[in-house]
Design a binder for this molecule. Structure first.
Ligand SMILES: C[S@@+](CC[C@H](N)C(=O)[O-])C[C@H]1O[C@@H](n2cnc3c(N)ncnc32)[C@H](O)[C@@H]1O
Length: 446
């Protein structure tokens, strides 16, 4: 069970004694084996707040693991997570910083139209989105119903502004924090942004429009100025029936959010934004920084309708493209055709430059026997399985096939229901440019 922080805990953690206790605890291993001894050591410095200190150190480590060190990777930006306060659930709910930064830049662009003076994050939690909004140069108000998270956000924003201070003083624009219910309008003249919770208290993931607060309640707070909404990527946006634009955003090959942009900010009906990173490194004596790469597809882009038999390569588009129903637009941009009008697999004679694709070595109507023969013939040790349009469960099939050859020999099995029958493609993966695949790579010598 994750630790439940109290207001008294946050007060202690931000006091001089708390900062010293956190500093001392950050040098401890705090693993299962050392846990009890470590807790006793922390208790001597933190008394009744020892568990809060230990939990904070562990959560900071998780944040760094997930998002990177400040300044070392653009995915973390300039944020030093080792100075932040989190709860377990708040950390799980927060968006990856590059995704928050992308959304904040879009919000900032709308502000420049002059209608709003700044942004109000009405479900700000501990402030990851707030940091992105101020980082994009906006005057920002943050509010949340949870007093503990709000107290943590106050500390995090102060830390963030100090950390980004230039010679002239804190660079961060003012952030005002207030405890408020997002179901009521509490500010005027600010663009409202909401990221309602997707997990209930039991940790159950919410994939429908059934968020906390609900979309209907958030909209009803000020129907003339609907908020920009960050929603679960699995949301059935067609039944959400909210006017405006839906943007599916992926980061490193996983869809992270669906953003519902009200009509006043929408430029298209559907958009897929693919964010990926190229990790920097050292080449010779040059230090190459990390970069976040963005590619966008929209429903007003040219679309490819041609359906053809499999050519030499198969391509599985980024999941944001698939979720946004923009596979035909993706095919047109990459010079590919559709394998089936209802499937997201695409095909072409050449691997699209930089895109992870799959060279077809063999193809046959799907049967487990055929796949087993291919696996034995090629003496593979590693098998990746992708399927669309069939009930096959890749993990179960892999266990049954049990590749027992050399682990360095790998193949990708793609099973696609083409027309009425599943077809199996035995493929060799052609690695893409890390910028496009969402995978990361280190430059040689790094
Ligand atoms: C998904 S989290 C937001 C994460 C945040 N965007 C970030 O950057 O970390 C949802 C937040 O909504 C808050 N919340 C839930 N119901 C609320 C309500 N009625 N009014 C205001 N905040 C609410 C929760 O306390 C929680 O902090």
């Amino acid at each position: 069970m994750p630790y439940t922080f109290s207001i008294a805990d946050t007060r202690f953690l931000t006091s001089g004694a708390g900062v010293d206790a956190l500093q001392a605890a950050s040098g401890l291993r705090l693993t299962g084996a050392t846990g009890i001894a470590d807790l006793l050591a922390v208790r001597s410095a933190a008394g009744g707040h020892a568990a809060a200190v230990v939990e904070t150190v562990l959560l900071r480590r998780r944040a760094v693991e997930r998002w990177g060190e400040a300044g070392a990777d653009q995915s973390a930006g300039d944020i030093d997570w080792n100075a932040w306060l989190f709860t377990d659930e708040a950390l799980q709910q927060a968006p990856p910083p590059p995704v928050a930064a992308h959304r904040a830049r879009r919000i900032r662009a709308h502000l420049s139209a002059g209608k709003y003076a700044g942004a109000h994050d009405v479900t700000c939690s501990v402030g990851v989105d707030l940091a992105a909004l101020t980082g994009a140069g906006m005057v920002t108000v943050g509010s949340d119903i949870d007093p503990v998270r709000l107290a943590m956000a106050a500390h995090n924003m102060a830390t963030h502004n100090m950390a980004t201070a230039g010679p002239a003083g804190p660079a961060g624009l003012p952030v005002r924090l207030v405890r408020a219910d997002a179901r009521a309008a509490t500010t005027r003249g600010l663009l409202r942004y909401a990221d309602p919770a997707r997990r209930d208290a039991t940790g159950r993931r919410i994939t429908s429009a059934d968020t906390i607060p609900s979309v209907a309640d958030l909209d009803a707070a000020d129907p003339a100025h609907l908020p920009v909404l960050r929603l679960p990527p699995g949301i059935d946006y067609q039944t959400l029936a909210r006017p405006g634009e839906i943007e599916m955003v992926s980061w490193r090959g996983t869809v992270r959010e669906a953003v519902a942009w009200p009509p006043e900010y929408a430029t298209v009906g559907r958009r897929a934004t693919v964010l990926s990173s190229v990790l920097g490194g050292v080449i010779g004596d040059r230090v190459i920084g990390d970069r976040v790469i963005r590619e966008e597809f929209t429903d007003i882009d040219p679309a490819e309708d041609a359906v053809t038999p499999a050519a030499r390569y198969l391509v599985d588009p980024d999941p944001a493209v698939v979720r946004a129903h923009l596979v035909r637009q993706y095919a047109a941009r990459r010079g590919l055709t559709l394998l089936d009008p209802h499937l997201a697999y695409l095909t072409g004679d050449a691997p699209p430059p930089g895109i992870r694709s799959f060279e077809i070595l063999d193809a046959a109507p799907y049967s487990e026997r055929t796949v087993r023969q291919w696996a034995r013939r090629d003496a593979i040790g590693t098998l990746e399985i992708k399927q669309r349009g069939t009930p096959i469960v890749p993990d179960d099939l892999r266990k049954r096939i049990k590749p027992q050859g050399d682990r360095r020999i790998d193949r990708t099995l793609i099973i696609a229901r083409i027309g009425r029958h599943p077809q199996a493609f035995w493929c060799r993966a052609v690695p893409g440019d890390p910028g496009h695949t969402g995978r990361t790579a280190r430059a040689p010598g790094a």
